[in-house]
Design a binder for this molecule. Sequence first.
Ligand code: PGA
Length: 232
Amino acid sequence: MSMNERKLLVLNWKSHKTLTEAKTWLATVGPKAALSEYTLVLCPPFPFVEALHKEIENKKYHITLGVQDLSPFPAGAYTGAVSARNLEELDVKYTIVGHSERRKYFHETMQEVANKVSEAIAAGITPIVCVDKEHIEAQANAILESERGKCIVAYEPVGHIGTGEVDDIKDVLTVAEHIREAFGEQAPVLYGGSVDGDTADMFLKSNALHGALVGGASLSEKEVLKMAALMA
Ligand code: PGA
């Protein structure tokens, strides 16, 4: 991905919302999304992917689908896991992998995250690898060298996730440099951690960043329209 491409506003709903709430959100944001200068990447819970995919396709909304996680295994006997093959007909373009909540609550290892990266890339899905400062190098090294350059990397300082306070942009830019040293000079870097309608601009407009990954604020139609510069 070159830096000329549209920047990404990645919307991570985590385990929130019912299907009805998801459809209501899409009916509000979808019709306006084409006017945004950013690519809106919606990452809903798995059970909503098919319904949202159909709606996006039918209404021709400019919303790209992503998922929040992916199985580290191929299709097969792995109960409960969602493989890349399961997503094949659903036009899923991105997957978040290695989110700090996955690492913390589901005990994901660097190698598992690396295996998810491989599964995603083999299926033509772009992995968005989440990292915090202290494991940038270890995570990059766990990923095959040939696949490192195909990753988008999200810098997500745990101390700023869900806290309402974004990290200092200067620190973010310094860490983004470290990320590019580890993943490759061309690696697109996103920032995530308490981004909302008031702070998104600072990250989305930075020349050294390729976009933002948003949790809490992505649940709100109003906040998303504000972040996507579709509303004052
Ligand atoms: P937050 O979450 O925007 O609610 O801080 C970001 C994330 O966890 O990706």
